[in-house]
Design a protein around this ligand. Sequence first.
Ligand SMILES: *[C@@H]1O[C@H](CO)[C@@H](O)[C@H](O)[C@H]1NC(C)=O
Ligand SMILES: *[C@@H]1O[C@H](CO)[C@@H](O)[C@H](O)[C@H]1NC(C)=O
Ligand SMILES: *[C@@H]1O[C@H](CO)[C@@H](O)[C@H](O)[C@H]1NC(C)=O
Ligand SMILES: *[C@@H]1O[C@H](CO)[C@@H](O)[C@H](O)[C@H]1NC(C)=O
Ligand SMILES: *[C@@H]1O[C@H](CO)[C@@H](O)[C@H](O)[C@H]1NC(C)=O
Ligand SMILES: *[C@@H]1O[C@H](CO)[C@@H](O)[C@H](O)[C@H]1NC(C)=O
Length: 751
Amino acid sequence: MTGKIHLSEKEDREAGIGSRPRKSSRARYYLVFVAILALQLYWGYGCSQHFVDQKYALETQVSKPQLFAQYLGALEENYAGKWLKKYAERTQLPGTIDNIEMVNWTKAKFEEYGLEAEIDAYTSYMSYPIYQSLKLLQGKNESVVYDAKLIEDEVEDDPNSFKSVPAFLGYAASGDFTGSYVYCNYGTKEDFETLDKLGVETKDKIAVIRYGAIFRGLKIKFAQEHGFKAALLFTDPADDGEVTEENGYKAYPEGIARNPSAIQRGSAQFLSVFPGDPTTPGYAIKPGEDKSRSDPKITTPKIPALPISFREVTPILEKLSGHGPQVATWPKGLIKGFDYTSVGPNPEYKLNLVNEQDFNVTDVYNVYGKIEGVNKDEVIIIGNHHDSWTPAAGDPHSGSAVMLELARALGGLVQSGWKPQRTILLASWDGEEYGLIGSTEFGEYYAKQLSKKAVAYFNMDVASIGNILHLGSSPLLYSLLRETASLLPYPDSNITLYDHLKEISKDHISALGSGSDYTVFLDHLGIPSVDLGFTSNKTAPVYQYHTVYDSYHWMKTLGDPGFVYHNLMAKYAGLLVLNLSESKLYKFKTTDYAEQISNLFSKIEIPKDWLQKKLDEDPEVSSLEELVAQVYENIASLLKSAATFDEDTVVLQEKYDNWDDLSFVEKIKLKWAIFKANTKLKYFERALLNHDGLKKRPWFKHIIYVSGRYTGYAGQQLPGLVEPIEDDDFAGFVNGLTFFNNVLKKLATSI
Ligand SMILES: *[C@@H]1O[C@H](CO)[C@@H](O)[C@H](O)[C@H]1NC(C)=O
Ligand SMILES: *[C@@H]1O[C@H](CO)[C@@H](O)[C@H](O)[C@H]1NC(C)=O
Ligand SMILES: *[C@@H]1O[C@H](CO)[C@@H](O)[C@H](O)[C@H]1NC(C)=O
Ligand SMILES: *[C@@H]1O[C@H](CO)[C@@H](O)[C@H](O)[C@H]1NC(C)=O
Ligand SMILES: *[C@@H]1O[C@H](CO)[C@@H](O)[C@H](O)[C@H]1NC(C)=O
Ligand SMILES: *[C@@H]1O[C@H](CO)[C@@H](O)[C@H](O)[C@H]1NC(C)=O
């Protein structure tokens, strides 16, 4: 089923500087070299001449500028709105008919545009809502004083609001619990520690937690660890910033503020432990395969939990004012009648929370559209997901719409006879919302081939809900992102997309954490990754994430009228992919990586009393201080060798661009040098993996960028150093630092 699209069937040795002995790779270079010479002798000069001239034999007739222009030309027409309307009609929970119909449709569209399309299925643990209810009970006889509707208001302007989507959280346990309730602020690790310090009884209670700050599943995890028996997550428009009804803005659909009945659904998975199918950590199961599953409760809650709107939580939280200990430092919000400092409980009131779900192992379906390149062993992947909680426009279908535009425009190039230098794989993932299922299972199943062949992964999730470019990326791709942005005009202005990036974020590109489908590629496999999206600014219409108001109507009227930023994203993403596929030398800059590593390390605050401690294990360094000094030396030498290396690659590309000026011998030498440089670039990021993974969460293997263990979405940089410091674990820190030091040394000498 997969042979066609997948990267290879044959057993591939795991690649990467980190895992491949250097000697054997050198030996391989020499072998190739000798083979070339042998070929030359065997077939004579003419044939080798043909070999070195394959630049022209295999590349297309169109020049690079022509190709880029043709790509952009295809996007002068903009069908993003049309695709979006189609995708955003129905909820697409994994395994449901509505999802599978769109999977089939996407595959058919990819084929229509001339891509090789395929559906790739995995089996995954999943949950489906059956029944949810929440009641406020008063007094000893527990009479019901309030029964929350748990559904958004139907509003005439927006047809989506009539689609009545259950208010539930993926993977939240089934259960029916009645108990008094406690306010837990954002439900961070610190917030629960605050409750502990105050001596608040958390056992057998219901945690009422505000959305924001960290990934929702971790709020539930911490609540469960503190003995809570259920959790209720509410939205507070205070977290929307400037645009609130309080500040005079009208609520959607009359205005741009959040509708007070909006409910944020989402996954309750413990994302920072490991993503993907909760029952298959680190591996994947395809339909028909007989492999065992493990206990899902390591990454999913044992307690029931529900999401609730701002309006519906109001009568519940206002009962807490004046009850229980006070935390003056917790931020205020917009619920009238609630002081946001009273933790509760109020002995007069209880909640009854019921969550009933079906837990099934279901098939999830990724859809791929492939354009095979001249070099099949070099694959550029661009992906977004297609499953959704509601008939959702922004998340994910702004991405789905842009993907189809990419397919259409790249397909146009294919139809005019173009073959990319490197294989381009468009991936539409399933099950992202539950826990990055489709992408993670793919990454785990094809780990070996991907480690060897993947060049980079570009992710779009919420591709466009506004006009502010947001970039997260591996540093290797910083310069490609910046320089390519400088070629595109920014709408309604005289500036470029790059000028805009400089204006809004001082040229800042974020570190990647987790929360979207790049996670397996970067954090687990060490594949350079990018996350792309146009987001909204402080005064823009509030994006009502995971609610029924993330609708086509919202997008068309407020989020991206004219689908201008969808179109710009298709242009930008496509240019990035084309640029990476068509340049002989990978457009990666190791200097940017070295600089980031240097900056990140300089911010590590090592406890002073650790520095003089002896390191028994390592006879070569007497104290931690000495090891730290070595790290600084190795960083300095990495910075130096990276700078030289990057300059050399530019020279190689220039020589390649002037191929005809070269003599036969120069051509052979250049091919050889390019092969060596590209191998180093391709596996640079792989060298930043520690195959043992992080302590207690071994799935995460990247030593620079992973998901924060207490935050989920937000990244943790240098986790192997920062986490032991947080845990007061000297031995763990020394381990992490020794590993880091060895990686630096190896990289500095190998590039
Ligand atoms: C999707 O396509 C497959 C293969 O053509 C077909 O068997 C299946 O019935 C289709 N499913 C839906 C829901 O359209
Ligand atoms: C419960 O008690 C309250 C007074 O505390 C009373 O008003 C109410 O009628 C009682 N409800 C039931 C169902 O007995
Ligand atoms: C999940 O399993 C239940 C039976 O346990 C079944 O009734 C339901 O249809 C299944 N749902 C899906 C989406 O497969
Ligand atoms: C390709 O990327 C390089 C930077 O890596 C940039 O200088 C160039 O302008 C880009 N070209 C296109 C057409 O995207
Ligand atoms: C762009 O520049 C032209 C000429 O300099 C000017 O007339 C126009 O107002 C500018 N447009 C914007 C949107 O700034
Ligand atoms: C913020 O977004 C609003 C609405 O899209 C737009 O009118 C405004 O110009 C934006 N502000 C900035 C600084 O981009």
